[in-house]
Ligand binder design. Structure first.
Ligand code: ATP
Length: 343
């Protein structure tokens, strides 16, 4: 296996949380070869806004030589003519069709709410296909592209995830009563994939799903939730909010030949440079990358160390009720993970 990983520190709090993630991996003696490289809007501004993308050529080359990538949060400038987001560019370049976000809660942070499910978001099509056009003065359309191939590869991956973890149910989120053709394809594909894997499958419309997530999210425990790009972007973000802090939510973007790991949060410029960012999401995404690259022992040690530190509450950042800095929290996780690997 290619054990080279490109690591992009990114913008805003990116260098702080990515530095924390690397400290933890190194304390576990990872055998992954880390190659740090630049991407994002800060380097784009520094270089005089010359490039047509936020990913410089040198970084692009490194990415091509690696088996995986860790992407720190990067800012996307909301101006016409500015490049498209780093994540969207990488998802499309490497056909990272499954954006996977496990959602789980921690006893100390959300007492009385125990959530454990996973969100599978189609990440190359839907409204993110990037096809928009003007159709007259003051009128424009955006294309919501849905293909059987795109749905099948996502939903087969979701079904595999469920089977490998002993989960028995898939929930497909659609709006098929309105989007009959596009969500018709999605639902057919979900039924086929779930049936072939021996899973139960339910369909729930996106508007009702939003309500159910607020009223009784526990009903989704043990299920793999799957949807098209924008619907699941919103639902997974809602689910992240239920976990208590966006600083805890980790994710991966998985394709057949490459994977990109990232925290679910953005570059949070409001708290950048203050040591206030919660590094847990980046550290857990990094642990997942280690597992993906063959280091299951490192992954498991980091996951249990993070759980211990988060539930302990003594060395955690302010967003989850503590007063530790980013590096104090990562040092606590690194110490606990390294100690458990030595045992
Ligand atoms: P971007 O434009 O890059 O998506 P954003 O500021 O719009 O960035 P997020 O970065 O996701 O969106 O953050 C929203 C808010 O959540 C931030 O303003 C910050 O206060 C808080 N936040 C985000 N990430 C963390 C973190 N790791 N630790 C603590 N607070 C965080």
């Amino acid at each position: 296996m290619n054990k080279k990983a490109a690591v992009i520190p990114g913008d805003g709090i990116g260098p702080e949380v990515v530095g924390a993630m690397l400290e933890v991996l190194r304390s576990c003696n990872t055998g992954i070869e880390i190659i740090e490289c630049e991407a994002g809007s800060e380097q784009w501004e520094r270089n005089g806004r010359r490039d047509s993308t936020y990913i410089p050529e040198a970084t692009s080359q490194v990415l091509g030589e690696c088996g995986a990538c860790f992407k720190g949060p990067t800012t996307t400038i909301p101006e016409p003519g500015a490049p498209r987001s780093v994540a969207v560019t990488l998802r499309q370049r490497f056909e990272l069709y499954a954006n996977v976000r496990p959602v789980r809660t921690y006893e100390r942070i959300t007492p009385g709410r125990d959530l454990d499910f996973v969100c599978f978001r189609e990440a190359t099509e839907g409204l993110y296909a990037g096809v928009e056009s003007d159709v007259g003065p003051g009128a424009a359309i955006a294309i919501r592209k849905v293909t059987r191939r795109g749905c099948d590869r996502l939903l087969d991956a979701a079904a595999r995830w469920a089977v490998e973890r002993g989960m028995s149910r898939m929930v497909a989120i659609t709006k098929r009563n309105i989007l009959k053709k596009t969500d018709g394809i999605f639902w057919e594909s979900a039924r086929r994939a779930a049936g072939a894997a021996g899973l139960g499958v339910d369909e729930i419309y996106i508007d009702n799903m939003a309500q159910q997530m607020v009223l009784r999210p526990e009903q989704f425990n043990g299920a793999v939730l799957a949807s098209t790009n924008l619907f699941m972007d919103i639902i997974s973000e809602l689910a992240s909010g239920l976990a208590g802090s966006i600083g805890l939510i980790y994710s991966a973007n998985i394709g057949d030949a490459f994977a990109m790991f990232e925290a679910a949060h953005g570059s949070a410029p409001d708290i950048a440079g203050r040591g206030a960012a919660n590094p847990a999401a980046a550290i857990l995404s990094g642990a997942w990358m280690a597992g993906h690259m063959g280091e299951a022992d490192v992954r498991d040690a980091i996951f249990s160390a993070a759980e211990q530190v988060i539930n302990g509450g003594g060395a955690v950042t302010a967003d989850i009720g503590g007063s530790a800095t980013t590096s104090q929290m990562s040092a606590a996780i690194a110490g606990a993970a390294a100690a458990s690997l030595r045992r």
